[in-house]
Design a protein around this ligand. Structure first.
Ligand SMILES: NC(=O)c1ccc[n+]([C@@H]2O[C@H](COP(=O)([O-])OP(=O)(O)OC[C@H]3O[C@@H](n4cnc5c(N)ncnc54)[C@H](OP(=O)(O)O)[C@@H]3O)[C@@H](O)[C@H]2O)c1
Length: 203
Protein backbone atom coordinates (compact mmCIF):
# COMPACT_ATOMS: atom_id res chain seq x y z
CA UNK A 1 0.00 0.00 0.00
CA UNK A 2 2.77 2.41 0.92
CA UNK A 3 4.66 1.80 -2.30
CA UNK A 4 1.54 2.15 -4.48
CA UNK A 5 0.43 5.36 -2.78
CA UNK A 6 3.99 6.70 -2.76
CA UNK A 7 4.22 6.12 -6.50
CA UNK A 8 0.85 7.86 -6.87
CA UNK A 9 1.94 10.96 -4.96
CA UNK A 10 5.28 11.10 -6.82
CA UNK A 11 3.51 10.73 -10.19
CA UNK A 12 1.46 13.84 -9.32
CA UNK A 13 4.59 15.89 -8.63
CA UNK A 14 4.76 15.54 -4.83
CA UNK A 15 7.97 14.74 -2.98
CA UNK A 16 7.62 11.41 -1.17
CA UNK A 17 9.63 9.64 1.51
CA UNK A 18 8.75 6.08 2.50
CA UNK A 19 9.55 5.17 6.09
CA UNK A 20 10.80 1.67 6.80
CA UNK A 21 12.72 -0.39 9.33
CA UNK A 22 15.08 -1.14 6.41
CA UNK A 23 15.17 2.03 4.27
CA UNK A 24 18.08 0.74 2.15
CA UNK A 25 16.44 -2.58 1.24
CA UNK A 26 16.49 -3.82 -2.34
CA UNK A 27 12.69 -3.61 -2.52
CA UNK A 28 12.74 0.08 -1.61
CA UNK A 29 15.63 0.79 -4.00
CA UNK A 30 13.51 -0.78 -6.74
CA UNK A 31 10.54 1.37 -5.62
CA UNK A 32 12.65 4.56 -5.83
CA UNK A 33 13.76 3.69 -9.36
CA UNK A 34 10.14 3.38 -10.45
CA UNK A 35 8.83 6.36 -8.46
CA UNK A 36 11.46 8.74 -9.83
CA UNK A 37 13.54 11.66 -8.60
CA UNK A 38 10.97 13.00 -6.15
CA UNK A 39 11.16 9.81 -4.07
CA UNK A 40 13.36 8.85 -1.15
CA UNK A 41 13.37 6.50 1.84
CA UNK A 42 14.18 6.92 5.52
CA UNK A 43 13.46 5.57 8.95
CA UNK A 44 9.90 5.81 10.28
CA UNK A 45 10.95 8.89 12.28
CA UNK A 46 12.65 10.57 9.30
CA UNK A 47 9.61 10.03 7.09
CA UNK A 48 7.17 11.26 9.74
CA UNK A 49 9.26 14.41 10.31
CA UNK A 50 9.68 15.03 6.56
CA UNK A 51 6.05 14.80 5.45
CA UNK A 52 3.45 17.53 5.65
CA UNK A 53 0.82 14.95 4.73
CA UNK A 54 1.43 11.52 6.28
CA UNK A 55 0.15 8.07 5.33
CA UNK A 56 0.04 5.18 7.80
CA UNK A 57 0.30 1.95 5.80
CA UNK A 58 1.71 -0.65 8.18
CA UNK A 59 0.22 -3.99 9.09
CA UNK A 60 -2.74 -3.36 11.38
CA UNK A 61 -1.21 -5.35 14.24
CA UNK A 62 1.82 -3.03 14.45
CA UNK A 63 0.22 0.33 13.61
CA UNK A 64 0.53 1.79 17.11
CA UNK A 65 4.04 0.39 17.53
CA UNK A 66 5.09 2.00 14.23
CA UNK A 67 3.74 5.38 15.44
CA UNK A 68 5.87 5.03 18.57
CA UNK A 69 8.91 4.31 16.38
CA UNK A 70 8.08 7.30 14.18
CA UNK A 71 7.76 9.62 17.19
CA UNK A 72 4.23 10.86 17.99
CA UNK A 73 5.43 14.51 18.06
CA UNK A 74 6.25 14.23 14.33
CA UNK A 75 2.52 13.80 13.64
CA UNK A 76 1.35 16.86 15.54
CA UNK A 77 -0.97 19.19 13.58
CA UNK A 78 -0.64 17.15 10.37
CA UNK A 79 -3.09 15.25 8.19
CA UNK A 80 -2.61 11.50 8.64
CA UNK A 81 -4.26 9.30 6.03
CA UNK A 82 -4.86 5.97 7.74
CA UNK A 83 -5.14 3.00 5.37
CA UNK A 84 -4.63 0.27 7.98
CA UNK A 85 -7.04 -2.59 8.62
CA UNK A 86 -7.20 -4.60 11.88
CA UNK A 87 -7.33 -7.95 10.11
CA UNK A 88 -7.38 -11.02 12.34
CA UNK A 89 -6.10 -14.18 10.66
CA UNK A 90 -5.97 -16.21 13.89
CA UNK A 91 -8.77 -18.43 12.57
CA UNK A 92 -7.28 -18.53 9.07
CA UNK A 93 -8.89 -17.24 5.91
CA UNK A 94 -11.08 -15.33 5.41
CA UNK A 95 -10.10 -12.87 8.16
CA UNK A 96 -12.07 -11.19 10.95
CA UNK A 97 -11.29 -8.01 12.89
CA UNK A 98 -9.18 -7.93 16.06
CA UNK A 99 -10.91 -4.73 17.27
CA UNK A 100 -14.47 -6.13 17.25
CA UNK A 101 -17.20 -3.68 16.23
CA UNK A 102 -17.08 -1.25 19.16
CA UNK A 103 -13.65 0.18 18.31
CA UNK A 104 -11.41 0.57 15.28
CA UNK A 105 -7.77 1.17 14.40
CA UNK A 106 -8.78 4.59 13.07
CA UNK A 107 -10.13 5.52 16.51
CA UNK A 108 -7.16 3.98 18.34
CA UNK A 109 -4.78 6.00 16.17
CA UNK A 110 -6.80 9.21 16.67
CA UNK A 111 -6.79 8.60 20.46
CA UNK A 112 -3.03 8.03 20.37
CA UNK A 113 -2.48 11.20 18.30
CA UNK A 114 -5.09 13.68 19.60
CA UNK A 115 -3.48 16.66 17.81
CA UNK A 116 -3.34 14.91 14.42
CA UNK A 117 -6.11 15.03 11.82
CA UNK A 118 -6.69 11.34 11.10
CA UNK A 119 -8.70 10.52 7.98
CA UNK A 120 -9.54 6.92 7.16
CA UNK A 121 -9.24 6.45 3.41
CA UNK A 122 -8.12 3.91 0.78
CA UNK A 123 -8.55 0.96 3.17
CA UNK A 124 -11.65 -0.34 1.35
CA UNK A 125 -9.90 -0.94 -1.99
CA UNK A 126 -6.97 -3.08 -3.14
CA UNK A 127 -3.58 -1.49 -3.78
CA UNK A 128 -4.07 -1.75 -7.56
CA UNK A 129 -7.11 0.54 -7.45
CA UNK A 130 -6.01 3.43 -5.26
CA UNK A 131 -4.32 5.48 -7.98
CA UNK A 132 -5.75 5.68 -11.51
CA UNK A 133 -8.63 3.35 -10.61
CA UNK A 134 -10.28 1.17 -13.23
CA UNK A 135 -13.75 2.31 -12.17
CA UNK A 136 -13.67 6.09 -12.45
CA UNK A 137 -17.35 6.45 -11.51
CA UNK A 138 -16.90 5.08 -7.97
CA UNK A 139 -16.52 7.26 -4.88
CA UNK A 140 -14.20 6.45 -1.97
CA UNK A 141 -15.78 6.20 1.47
CA UNK A 142 -13.84 8.23 4.05
CA UNK A 143 -14.26 9.42 7.64
CA UNK A 144 -12.50 11.61 10.20
CA UNK A 145 -13.14 14.38 12.71
CA UNK A 146 -11.64 17.34 10.82
CA UNK A 147 -13.59 18.79 7.91
CA UNK A 148 -10.63 20.62 6.31
CA UNK A 149 -8.54 17.45 6.47
CA UNK A 150 -11.31 15.50 4.73
CA UNK A 151 -11.57 18.23 2.06
CA UNK A 152 -7.83 17.84 1.50
CA UNK A 153 -8.23 14.06 1.13
CA UNK A 154 -11.10 14.58 -1.31
CA UNK A 155 -8.74 16.74 -3.40
CA UNK A 156 -6.04 14.02 -3.31
CA UNK A 157 -8.62 11.44 -4.41
CA UNK A 158 -9.54 13.58 -7.40
CA UNK A 159 -5.85 14.01 -8.24
CA UNK A 160 -5.55 10.21 -8.18
CA UNK A 161 -8.47 9.78 -10.60
CA UNK A 162 -11.38 9.12 -8.22
CA UNK A 163 -14.76 10.67 -8.88
CA UNK A 164 -14.80 11.92 -5.30
CA UNK A 165 -15.52 10.84 -1.75
CA UNK A 166 -18.49 9.95 0.41
CA UNK A 167 -17.80 11.36 3.86
CA UNK A 168 -19.51 9.02 6.35
CA UNK A 169 -18.78 11.24 9.37
CA UNK A 170 -16.39 11.21 12.34
CA UNK A 171 -13.52 8.82 12.95
CA UNK A 172 -15.85 6.36 14.73
CA UNK A 173 -17.06 5.50 11.21
CA UNK A 174 -13.70 3.71 10.78
CA UNK A 175 -15.35 0.74 12.55
CA UNK A 176 -17.49 0.20 9.48
CA UNK A 177 -14.94 1.15 6.81
CA UNK A 178 -12.58 -1.39 8.38
CA UNK A 179 -15.38 -3.96 8.66
CA UNK A 180 -15.92 -3.70 4.90
CA UNK A 181 -12.54 -5.35 4.33
CA UNK A 182 -13.38 -8.87 5.62
CA UNK A 183 -16.44 -8.58 3.33
CA UNK A 184 -14.23 -7.35 0.45
CA UNK A 185 -11.98 -10.41 0.93
CA UNK A 186 -15.01 -12.75 0.80
CA UNK A 187 -16.23 -11.02 -2.38
CA UNK A 188 -12.72 -11.35 -3.85
CA UNK A 189 -12.70 -15.09 -3.11
CA UNK A 190 -16.19 -15.50 -4.61
CA UNK A 191 -15.25 -13.63 -7.80
CA UNK A 192 -11.63 -14.81 -7.87
CA UNK A 193 -10.77 -11.17 -8.60
CA UNK A 194 -8.95 -8.68 -6.37
CA UNK A 195 -9.70 -5.56 -8.39
CA UNK A 196 -13.28 -5.37 -7.15
CA UNK A 197 -14.44 -2.04 -5.71
CA UNK A 198 -17.61 -1.26 -3.74
CA UNK A 199 -19.61 1.46 -5.48
CA UNK A 200 -22.51 3.30 -3.85
CA UNK A 201 -25.36 3.93 -6.28
CA UNK A 202 -27.13 7.18 -5.47
CA UNK A 203 -28.74 10.24 -7.04
N1 LIG B 1 -2.61 -4.64 0.27
C1 LIG B 1 -3.81 -4.13 0.02
O1 LIG B 1 -4.32 -4.20 -1.10
C2 LIG B 1 -4.54 -3.42 1.12
C3 LIG B 1 -5.80 -2.88 0.84
C4 LIG B 1 -6.46 -2.14 1.82
C5 LIG B 1 -5.85 -1.95 3.06
N2 LIG B 1 -4.62 -2.52 3.33
C6 LIG B 1 -4.03 -2.29 4.65
O2 LIG B 1 -2.90 -1.46 4.49
C7 LIG B 1 -1.88 -1.82 5.42
C8 LIG B 1 -0.60 -2.17 4.67
O3 LIG B 1 -0.87 -3.27 3.82
P1 LIG B 1 0.27 -3.86 2.87
O4 LIG B 1 -0.39 -4.84 2.01
O5 LIG B 1 1.06 -2.74 2.27
O6 LIG B 1 1.15 -4.63 3.94
P2 LIG B 1 2.69 -5.06 3.82
O7 LIG B 1 3.16 -5.08 2.42
O8 LIG B 1 2.81 -6.28 4.62
O9 LIG B 1 3.43 -3.83 4.46
C9 LIG B 1 3.31 -3.58 5.75
C10 LIG B 1 4.31 -2.54 6.20
O10 LIG B 1 4.26 -2.67 7.59
C11 LIG B 1 5.58 -2.60 8.10
N3 LIG B 1 5.74 -3.58 9.17
C12 LIG B 1 5.53 -4.92 9.12
N4 LIG B 1 5.83 -5.47 10.31
C13 LIG B 1 6.25 -4.46 11.12
C14 LIG B 1 6.69 -4.39 12.47
N5 LIG B 1 6.78 -5.48 13.25
N6 LIG B 1 7.03 -3.16 12.96
C15 LIG B 1 6.94 -2.06 12.17
N7 LIG B 1 6.54 -2.07 10.91
C16 LIG B 1 6.20 -3.25 10.39
C17 LIG B 1 6.53 -2.93 6.98
O11 LIG B 1 7.57 -1.98 7.02
P3 LIG B 1 9.11 -2.37 6.71
O12 LIG B 1 9.40 -1.65 5.43
O13 LIG B 1 9.82 -1.85 7.87
O14 LIG B 1 9.18 -3.87 6.54
C18 LIG B 1 5.71 -2.77 5.69
O15 LIG B 1 6.13 -1.65 4.97
C19 LIG B 1 -2.42 -3.01 6.22
O16 LIG B 1 -2.95 -2.54 7.44
C20 LIG B 1 -3.50 -3.57 5.30
O17 LIG B 1 -4.51 -4.26 6.01
C21 LIG B 1 -3.97 -3.23 2.38
Amino acid sequence: MGQALGRGFASRGHEVMIGSRTPSSDKLKAWMEKAGKKSSTGTFAQAAAYGTTLVLATLGTVAEKAIDAAGPSNFQGKLLIDVTVPLDFSRGMPPGLFVGTTDSLGERIQRKLPYTKVVKCFNTVGNGQMVDPTYTDAEMMICGNDKDAKDHVRQILKEFGWKGAIDIGGIEGARWLEALVPLWVRVGIALNNWNNVFKVLHE
